[in-house]
Design a protein around this ligand. Structure first.
Ligand code: ASP
Length: 328
Protein backbone atom coordinates (compact mmCIF):
# COMPACT_ATOMS: atom_id res chain seq x y z
CA UNK A 1 0.00 0.00 0.00
CA UNK A 2 1.30 3.48 -0.83
CA UNK A 3 2.12 5.75 2.08
CA UNK A 4 -0.70 8.03 3.24
CA UNK A 5 -0.30 11.70 2.34
CA UNK A 6 -2.35 13.80 4.73
CA UNK A 7 -3.24 17.48 4.54
CA UNK A 8 -2.98 18.91 8.06
CA UNK A 9 -5.03 22.08 8.54
CA UNK A 10 -4.06 23.91 11.73
CA UNK A 11 -6.49 26.21 13.51
CA UNK A 12 -4.99 26.44 17.03
CA UNK A 13 -6.71 25.34 20.21
CA UNK A 14 -5.19 23.68 23.24
CA UNK A 15 -3.49 21.04 21.10
CA UNK A 16 -1.36 23.97 19.92
CA UNK A 17 -1.47 25.63 23.34
CA UNK A 18 1.63 26.91 25.07
CA UNK A 19 1.83 27.48 28.81
CA UNK A 20 5.55 28.09 29.19
CA UNK A 21 5.40 25.98 32.37
CA UNK A 22 4.78 22.24 32.50
CA UNK A 23 2.76 22.49 35.71
CA UNK A 24 1.11 25.92 35.51
CA UNK A 25 -2.64 26.27 35.02
CA UNK A 26 -2.87 29.11 32.50
CA UNK A 27 -1.92 28.90 28.84
CA UNK A 28 -2.60 30.46 25.47
CA UNK A 29 -4.64 28.34 23.02
CA UNK A 30 -3.02 28.37 19.57
CA UNK A 31 0.31 29.69 20.91
CA UNK A 32 2.29 27.05 19.03
CA UNK A 33 2.74 27.25 15.24
CA UNK A 34 1.62 24.25 13.21
CA UNK A 35 5.17 23.83 11.84
CA UNK A 36 6.53 23.55 15.42
CA UNK A 37 3.88 20.94 16.24
CA UNK A 38 4.75 18.91 13.18
CA UNK A 39 8.43 19.08 14.09
CA UNK A 40 7.62 17.45 17.43
CA UNK A 41 5.50 14.87 15.61
CA UNK A 42 8.34 13.98 13.24
CA UNK A 43 10.14 12.47 16.22
CA UNK A 44 7.27 9.97 16.57
CA UNK A 45 8.18 8.39 13.20
CA UNK A 46 4.59 8.29 11.99
CA UNK A 47 4.02 6.26 8.84
CA UNK A 48 2.48 9.09 6.79
CA UNK A 49 3.57 12.19 4.92
CA UNK A 50 2.05 15.29 6.51
CA UNK A 51 1.38 18.39 4.40
CA UNK A 52 0.85 21.37 6.72
CA UNK A 53 -1.40 24.36 6.05
CA UNK A 54 -2.03 26.88 8.80
CA UNK A 55 -5.55 28.31 8.65
CA UNK A 56 -5.53 30.11 12.02
CA UNK A 57 -3.86 30.11 15.42
CA UNK A 58 -6.78 30.83 17.69
CA UNK A 59 -8.78 29.37 20.52
CA UNK A 60 -11.84 27.72 19.03
CA UNK A 61 -14.11 30.01 21.06
CA UNK A 62 -13.16 32.60 18.41
CA UNK A 63 -13.72 30.40 15.38
CA UNK A 64 -16.39 31.46 12.92
CA UNK A 65 -17.32 32.14 9.35
CA UNK A 66 -13.89 33.15 7.89
CA UNK A 67 -12.18 30.04 9.30
CA UNK A 68 -15.08 27.75 8.33
CA UNK A 69 -14.95 29.09 4.78
CA UNK A 70 -11.17 28.54 4.62
CA UNK A 71 -11.44 25.03 6.07
CA UNK A 72 -14.22 24.02 3.72
CA UNK A 73 -12.37 25.32 0.67
CA UNK A 74 -9.15 23.57 1.72
CA UNK A 75 -10.97 20.28 2.37
CA UNK A 76 -12.75 20.45 -0.96
CA UNK A 77 -9.44 21.12 -2.73
CA UNK A 78 -7.91 18.12 -0.98
CA UNK A 79 -10.87 15.93 -1.94
CA UNK A 80 -10.08 16.66 -5.59
CA UNK A 81 -6.29 16.38 -5.20
CA UNK A 82 -5.29 12.84 -6.14
CA UNK A 83 -2.03 13.11 -4.19
CA UNK A 84 -3.87 13.66 -0.86
CA UNK A 85 -5.37 10.59 0.82
CA UNK A 86 -6.81 12.12 3.97
CA UNK A 87 -7.31 15.34 5.95
CA UNK A 88 -6.62 16.22 9.59
CA UNK A 89 -7.82 19.45 11.19
CA UNK A 90 -6.25 20.45 14.50
CA UNK A 91 -8.88 22.32 16.49
CA UNK A 92 -9.75 23.57 19.93
CA UNK A 93 -12.15 21.38 21.84
CA UNK A 94 -14.67 24.09 22.85
CA UNK A 95 -16.31 24.23 19.43
CA UNK A 96 -14.86 21.15 17.72
CA UNK A 97 -18.32 19.62 17.53
CA UNK A 98 -19.67 22.66 15.68
CA UNK A 99 -16.92 22.84 13.06
CA UNK A 100 -16.98 19.07 12.62
CA UNK A 101 -20.75 19.07 12.14
CA UNK A 102 -20.73 21.98 9.67
CA UNK A 103 -18.12 20.20 7.55
CA UNK A 104 -19.97 16.91 7.97
CA UNK A 105 -23.09 18.52 6.50
CA UNK A 106 -21.31 20.19 3.59
CA UNK A 107 -18.47 17.91 2.43
CA UNK A 108 -18.52 14.73 0.36
CA UNK A 109 -17.32 11.66 2.21
CA UNK A 110 -14.90 9.90 -0.12
CA UNK A 111 -11.73 10.75 1.88
CA UNK A 112 -11.25 10.66 5.63
CA UNK A 113 -11.70 14.01 7.38
CA UNK A 114 -10.56 13.94 11.01
CA UNK A 115 -10.73 16.70 13.62
CA UNK A 116 -8.35 16.35 16.52
CA UNK A 117 -7.84 18.37 19.68
CA UNK A 118 -6.39 18.08 23.15
CA UNK A 119 -7.37 18.98 26.68
CA UNK A 120 -3.85 19.83 27.88
CA UNK A 121 -1.48 22.32 26.24
CA UNK A 122 1.44 20.93 24.27
CA UNK A 123 4.05 21.78 26.93
CA UNK A 124 2.04 20.58 29.97
CA UNK A 125 3.08 17.54 31.94
CA UNK A 126 1.02 14.59 30.64
CA UNK A 127 0.00 16.45 27.47
CA UNK A 128 -2.49 14.47 25.40
CA UNK A 129 -2.02 16.28 22.07
CA UNK A 130 0.74 14.15 20.55
CA UNK A 131 -1.08 10.94 21.41
CA UNK A 132 -4.32 12.25 19.97
CA UNK A 133 -2.51 13.46 16.86
CA UNK A 134 -0.82 10.10 16.34
CA UNK A 135 -4.25 8.48 16.68
CA UNK A 136 -5.68 10.95 14.15
CA UNK A 137 -2.92 10.02 11.68
CA UNK A 138 -3.82 6.36 12.13
CA UNK A 139 -7.49 7.14 11.35
CA UNK A 140 -6.83 9.55 8.45
CA UNK A 141 -4.49 6.95 6.88
CA UNK A 142 -7.18 4.28 6.84
CA UNK A 143 -9.38 3.92 3.73
CA UNK A 144 -12.09 2.52 5.99
CA UNK A 145 -12.36 5.98 7.55
CA UNK A 146 -13.93 7.28 4.33
CA UNK A 147 -17.71 7.12 4.08
CA UNK A 148 -18.23 7.94 7.75
CA UNK A 149 -18.64 11.69 7.44
CA UNK A 150 -16.33 13.93 9.44
CA UNK A 151 -15.00 12.25 12.57
CA UNK A 152 -13.44 13.53 15.77
CA UNK A 153 -10.50 11.79 17.44
CA UNK A 154 -10.17 12.44 21.18
CA UNK A 155 -8.27 10.12 23.46
CA UNK A 156 -8.43 6.66 21.97
CA UNK A 157 -11.95 7.10 20.59
CA UNK A 158 -13.25 7.97 17.13
CA UNK A 159 -16.57 9.82 17.29
CA UNK A 160 -18.98 10.75 14.49
CA UNK A 161 -19.41 14.52 14.10
CA UNK A 162 -23.19 14.23 14.51
CA UNK A 163 -22.81 12.46 17.87
CA UNK A 164 -19.68 14.02 19.42
CA UNK A 165 -20.15 16.46 22.26
CA UNK A 166 -17.86 18.00 24.83
CA UNK A 167 -19.16 16.79 28.16
CA UNK A 168 -16.43 17.83 30.60
CA UNK A 169 -14.45 21.04 30.93
CA UNK A 170 -11.16 19.73 32.25
CA UNK A 171 -10.69 15.98 32.23
CA UNK A 172 -8.77 14.32 29.38
CA UNK A 173 -11.71 12.03 28.62
CA UNK A 174 -13.91 15.05 27.87
CA UNK A 175 -15.90 13.92 24.85
CA UNK A 176 -18.96 11.75 24.71
CA UNK A 177 -20.73 10.15 21.77
CA UNK A 178 -24.50 10.52 22.06
CA UNK A 179 -26.91 8.92 21.29
CA UNK A 180 -24.85 6.43 19.25
CA UNK A 181 -21.62 5.10 20.73
CA UNK A 182 -18.16 5.76 19.31
CA UNK A 183 -17.28 4.51 15.81
CA UNK A 184 -13.92 2.96 16.63
CA UNK A 185 -11.15 2.52 19.13
CA UNK A 186 -7.76 3.80 18.02
CA UNK A 187 -4.20 3.79 19.24
CA UNK A 188 -1.13 4.85 17.27
CA UNK A 189 -0.69 1.15 16.39
CA UNK A 190 -4.24 -0.20 16.07
CA UNK A 191 -7.62 0.86 14.74
CA UNK A 192 -10.77 -1.20 15.27
CA UNK A 193 -13.99 -0.02 13.63
CA UNK A 194 -17.16 -1.18 15.36
CA UNK A 195 -19.26 -1.29 12.18
CA UNK A 196 -19.20 -0.58 8.43
CA UNK A 197 -19.10 2.99 7.03
CA UNK A 198 -22.61 4.43 6.74
CA UNK A 199 -22.11 7.19 4.13
CA UNK A 200 -20.02 5.51 1.42
CA UNK A 201 -19.99 7.46 -1.85
CA UNK A 202 -22.32 10.11 -0.46
CA UNK A 203 -22.10 13.61 -1.92
CA UNK A 204 -22.27 16.64 0.38
CA UNK A 205 -25.67 16.71 2.08
CA UNK A 206 -25.99 20.47 1.67
CA UNK A 207 -24.24 23.05 -0.48
CA UNK A 208 -21.75 25.12 1.49
CA UNK A 209 -23.66 28.36 2.12
CA UNK A 210 -22.60 31.77 0.82
CA UNK A 211 -23.11 33.09 4.36
CA UNK A 212 -24.72 31.95 7.60
CA UNK A 213 -27.79 33.67 9.04
CA UNK A 214 -28.04 34.91 12.61
CA UNK A 215 -29.54 32.08 14.67
CA UNK A 216 -29.57 32.33 18.46
CA UNK A 217 -29.73 29.78 21.24
CA UNK A 218 -32.15 30.72 24.01
CA UNK A 219 -31.61 28.79 27.23
CA UNK A 220 -34.77 28.27 29.26
CA UNK A 221 -34.71 28.92 33.01
CA UNK A 222 -37.37 28.52 35.65
CA UNK A 223 -39.42 31.66 36.17
CA UNK A 224 -38.28 33.40 32.98
CA UNK A 225 -40.61 35.48 30.86
CA UNK A 226 -41.00 35.90 27.10
CA UNK A 227 -39.00 39.13 26.72
CA UNK A 228 -35.74 37.40 25.66
CA UNK A 229 -37.63 35.93 22.67
CA UNK A 230 -38.78 39.39 21.66
CA UNK A 231 -35.24 40.72 22.12
CA UNK A 232 -33.85 38.04 19.78
CA UNK A 233 -36.42 38.87 17.12
CA UNK A 234 -35.62 42.54 17.66
CA UNK A 235 -31.97 42.01 16.68
CA UNK A 236 -33.03 40.25 13.48
CA UNK A 237 -32.56 36.56 14.30
CA UNK A 238 -33.59 34.44 11.37
CA UNK A 239 -34.05 31.36 13.53
CA UNK A 240 -34.13 30.42 17.22
CA UNK A 241 -32.99 27.26 18.99
CA UNK A 242 -34.51 26.71 22.40
CA UNK A 243 -32.20 24.97 24.86
CA UNK A 244 -35.21 23.94 26.85
CA UNK A 245 -35.76 22.16 30.13
CA UNK A 246 -36.23 18.40 30.00
CA UNK A 247 -37.86 17.40 26.70
CA UNK A 248 -37.36 20.91 25.29
CA UNK A 249 -39.82 22.61 27.64
CA UNK A 250 -40.17 26.27 28.52
CA UNK A 251 -42.72 28.33 30.48
CA UNK A 252 -46.03 28.72 28.62
CA UNK A 253 -45.47 32.43 27.90
CA UNK A 254 -42.11 31.61 26.26
CA UNK A 255 -43.63 28.85 24.12
CA UNK A 256 -46.37 31.23 23.03
CA UNK A 257 -43.79 33.84 22.02
CA UNK A 258 -41.81 31.18 20.14
CA UNK A 259 -44.96 30.01 18.36
CA UNK A 260 -45.64 33.62 17.35
CA UNK A 261 -42.10 33.81 15.96
CA UNK A 262 -42.68 30.62 13.96
CA UNK A 263 -45.94 32.03 12.55
CA UNK A 264 -44.00 35.17 11.57
CA UNK A 265 -41.57 33.00 9.55
CA UNK A 266 -38.71 32.58 12.05
CA UNK A 267 -38.16 28.83 12.42
CA UNK A 268 -37.92 27.62 16.02
CA UNK A 269 -36.23 24.36 17.01
CA UNK A 270 -36.74 22.90 20.48
CA UNK A 271 -33.63 21.21 21.87
CA UNK A 272 -32.75 20.61 25.51
CA UNK A 273 -30.28 21.92 28.06
CA UNK A 274 -30.10 18.36 29.45
CA UNK A 275 -26.78 16.75 28.53
CA UNK A 276 -28.07 13.40 27.29
CA UNK A 277 -31.17 14.87 25.73
CA UNK A 278 -33.52 13.53 23.10
CA UNK A 279 -36.37 15.84 22.16
CA UNK A 280 -39.20 14.20 20.24
CA UNK A 281 -42.23 15.84 18.67
CA UNK A 282 -45.49 16.40 20.52
CA UNK A 283 -44.49 14.84 23.84
CA UNK A 284 -45.28 17.62 26.34
CA UNK A 285 -45.28 20.46 23.83
CA UNK A 286 -47.79 20.38 20.97
CA UNK A 287 -45.38 21.04 18.11
CA UNK A 288 -48.06 20.46 15.49
CA UNK A 289 -50.25 23.19 16.93
CA UNK A 290 -47.41 25.62 17.71
CA UNK A 291 -45.49 25.15 14.45
CA UNK A 292 -42.25 24.14 16.20
CA UNK A 293 -39.50 21.66 15.27
CA UNK A 294 -38.09 19.01 17.63
CA UNK A 295 -34.29 18.74 17.61
CA UNK A 296 -34.31 14.99 18.28
CA UNK A 297 -30.76 13.94 19.30
CA UNK A 298 -28.98 17.18 18.43
CA UNK A 299 -27.94 19.35 21.35
CA UNK A 300 -28.35 23.15 21.16
CA UNK A 301 -24.97 23.92 19.53
CA UNK A 302 -25.41 21.41 16.74
CA UNK A 303 -29.11 22.19 16.33
CA UNK A 304 -28.10 25.82 15.76
CA UNK A 305 -25.52 24.76 13.17
CA UNK A 306 -28.02 22.62 11.25
CA UNK A 307 -30.69 25.33 11.39
CA UNK A 308 -28.22 27.95 10.09
CA UNK A 309 -27.28 25.72 7.16
CA UNK A 310 -30.91 24.90 6.36
CA UNK A 311 -32.01 28.52 6.38
CA UNK A 312 -28.95 29.51 4.33
CA UNK A 313 -29.80 27.01 1.61
CA UNK A 314 -33.46 28.09 1.57
CA UNK A 315 -35.08 25.36 3.67
CA UNK A 316 -37.42 27.24 6.00
CA UNK A 317 -40.69 25.34 6.20
CA UNK A 318 -41.33 23.34 9.35
CA UNK A 319 -41.88 19.96 7.69
CA UNK A 320 -38.62 20.07 5.74
CA UNK A 321 -36.67 21.35 8.74
CA UNK A 322 -38.14 18.56 10.87
CA UNK A 323 -37.19 16.00 8.21
CA UNK A 324 -33.59 17.26 8.29
CA UNK A 325 -33.48 16.94 12.09
CA UNK A 326 -35.06 13.48 11.92
CA UNK A 327 -32.27 12.30 9.63
CA UNK A 328 -29.58 14.19 11.63
N1 ASP B 1 -10.51 27.06 24.59
C1 ASP B 1 -9.77 26.02 23.94
C2 ASP B 1 -10.23 25.95 22.51
O1 ASP B 1 -11.30 25.48 22.26
C3 ASP B 1 -9.96 24.73 24.66
C4 ASP B 1 -9.35 23.50 24.01
O2 ASP B 1 -8.84 23.48 22.93
O3 ASP B 1 -9.43 22.45 24.66
O4 ASP B 1 -9.53 26.36 21.65
Amino acid sequence: MTKARILVLGTGGTIAGAAGSATGGGYRAGGLALAAMLEQLAALGLDAELVPQEVARIGSQDIGWPQWQALHAACLGAMDDLSITGIIITHGTDTAEETAFLLDLTLPTHKPVVLVGAMRPADAVGADGMRNFANAVKVASDRQAAGRGVVLVMGDSVLAARDARKAATAQIDAFKSFPRGSLARVTPANLDWFGPPHRVGEAARYAFPASLPRVAILTAGAGMDEQPVQALLGIGCKGVVLAGMGQGNAPACVLTALADAAVAGVPVVRSTRVDEGLVDRNIEVDDDALGLVAARALGPAKARMLLMVLIAVGITDVARIQAAFDSG
